[in-house]
Design a protein. Structure first.
Length: 562
């Protein structure tokens, strides 16, 4: 499959302009190599999907390799589960990486370079606490103060760093810092920490290492080891570029390609959060049921909700690459999945809030099979048979005793068509002691069957309703998902916590009644419930219980659907 990010006729984005300029001046086409470098400390989310689309799309556009590199420098937060989930998500989106790499593969090289920095007087071991280091770094408006250990001898620094490596130092007692400039206006250049001691088992290296490199030291050097030509990252890393380049200055050899870091704007999605820390908090507080909860903006959550790889790639393509951050309304993502599922999903009939209809002039005990089109958007989708009988379910909201002229559904004394079936007329209704309607008594026109080509073409009715035959109806569990947050940007308020905006009605579970063809539905199968929306069979389904997740309504009408 060709998922090329940009056709020849499409204008280049600013990152492609950078690549094109480099190809003219400094790079050969065979020099190009890109990477996607996730940290394995959580599941990938919709923001990562855009970064995946960008980097792998550039690889396809320029026929260049793309590495998958796990920047695994913090064993306290990283797990093999996350590594496996990330690989699964990228594969599901339709991409293949050239080589699978780990920053931890380079721990020995990084250590050797750190030793060389000490020997060159560019790094030192600091005995201050993390609080003391933070305090003496100063503020953006005041310069920092040199550590009292900044001028330790090279010999002492080498000895202490070796003890750190050998596990002879307690956690938090010593760190290795780069010796740069405590007066720099860029706070990141004020002698940043390069190594700390951690006695944690690493998912990839086990217990081999007692010291672990910091992200800023590891990231650029890993790009250099892999000879990545262009390191694209989001705007929050712009202040890090100076440090990225300084670290490269210490190890770069003139005959080797030097990676170039450039930044693009993050695209935030409304009514959600994409911070892994905040997503983890939602799980810890039992707001959602794990990383793949269909309300989560994770790729696994979207997949379980019924989103397709094509819809997510089309969404990433539609929002593009820019230099300014902005908030993308979630309705844009929903549009992409509707557009994709409309072409692919079989149409079926399911009633979610049933009220009984009895067709009084239809013979008792009779049942007939009617033909229904599976998907009018797909000529090859064929047809199926659905049973029709005297007793049916329709949606409770599809009937009123009295209504104005603009109400085109069923009301007393008026006619509607039952989808793929007959025209019926409401004659009367029954109620319980509380006044709730329990049954609607109707008559039908036996000459109005859909597809007959006679009476149907002569007599028009404005309303068409979906229905199921009660005798053959299949009970199904239906999970109606709504947006997880009530505010478009829940984490943008300084005076409030993002958890204050949790939508308490983000999940409603009901029992619906489906046409019998859905007995054969399998996990992951997607359908359009006619007039209701798009639904997918959930992974919790069993042989005895079919569970459907609502992917998205037919229209952008979240405010009044639940």
């Amino acid at each position: 499959m060709n998922f090329s990010m940009a056709e020849d006729k499409e204008p280049l984005n600013f990152l492609e302009h950078i690549i094109e300029e480099d190809l003219k001046k400094t790079h050969k086409r065979e020099d190009l190599r890109f990477r996607f470098p996730p940290e394995p400390n959580g599941y990938l989310h919709i923001g990562h999907a855009s970064a995946i689309y960008l980097n792998f799309g550039l690889g396809e556009k320029y026929n260049a390799p793309v590495n998958l590199r796990f920047d695994d420098t913090n064993p306290a937060k990283e797990e093999q589960e996350y590594v496996d989930a990330i690989k699964n998500d990228i594969t599901w989106l339709g991409y293949k990486w050239d080589t699978e790499r780990y920053a931890s593969d380079y721990f020995q090289q990084l250590y050797d370079w750190a030793v060389q920095l000490i020997k060159n007087g560019k790094a030192y071991v600091d005995s201050q606490s993390s609080e003391e280091i933070a305090d003496q770094k100063g503020t953006p408006n005041t310069i920092g103060k040199p550590s009292p250990f900044r001028n330790r001898s090279i010999e002492e620094n080498l000895d202490l760093f070796n003890k750190m490596k050998n596990g002879e130092v307690d956690e938090g007692k010593l760190v290795l810092r780069a010796k740069i400039n405590m007066s720099s206006p860029n706070m990141l250049m004020r002698d940043p920490v390069m190594y700390r001691v951690l006695y944690k088992e690493h998912h990839h290296t086990g217990t081999d290492w007692k010291i672990f490199p910091m992200y800023d030291w590891t990231h650029g050097e890993s790009d250099y080891v892999e000879q990545i030509s262009h390191s694209f990252c989001t705007l929050e890393f712009l202040p890090h570029r100076e440090l990225y380049d300084w670290f490269l200055d210490q190890v770069h050899e003139k005959n080797k390609l030097r990676p170039k870091q450039r930044e693009f704007a993050r695209r935030n999605l409304s009514h959600t959060v994409v911070s892994k820390r905040k997503l983890a908090k939602l799980i810890e507080n039992d707001i959602v049921n794990g990383w793949d909860d269909p309300r989560m903006p994770t790729i696994s959550g979207l997949r379980r909700r019924g989103y397709t790889p094509e819809s997510i790639r089309n969404f990433a393509k539609s929002i593009g690459v820019g230099k300014r951050e902005n908030l993308i309304d979630v309705s844009r993502l929903e549009f992409c999945i509707r557009e994709d599922l409309n072409k692919k999903s079989p149409r079926v009939m399911v009633v979610l809030d049933p009220v009984k209809i009895t067709i009084t002039n239809y013979p008792k005990g009779k049942s007939e099979l009617l033909e229904a089109e599976n998907n009018p958007e797909d000529k090859n989708a064929g047809t199926r048979k659905i049973p029709f009988s005297r007793e049916l379910y329709i949606e409770r909201a599809d009937f009123r005793e009295e209504a104005n002229r603009k109400y085109f559904r069923l009301k007393l004394g008026k006619e509607v068509r039952l989808k793929n079936a007959y025209i019926i007329k409401a004659e009367n209704c029954k109620k319980d002691i509380d006044g709730n309607i329990t049954e609607i008594l109707c008559t039908y026109d036996p000459d109005s069957k859909s597809g007959s080509g006679t009476e149907e073409s002569m007599r028009k009715v404005k309303g068409t309703l979906h229905w199921v035959s009660i005798e053959q109806a299949v009970p199904v569990e239906v999970r109606l998902y709504d947006r997880l947050f009530t505010e478009p940007s829940p984490d943008s308020y300084k005076e409030k916590d993002f958890m204050d905006f949790i939508n308490q009605n983000s999940l409603k579970t009901i029992t619906g009644y489906a046409e019998p063809s859905l007995k054969e539905a399998k996990i992951g199968d997607k359908f359009q419930f006619q007039r209701l929306g798009y639904f997918v069979v959930d992974t919790d389904s069993t042989a005895n219980t079919i569970i459907f997740n609502r992917t998205v309504p037919l229209r952008d009408s979240w405010g009044n659907i639940s």
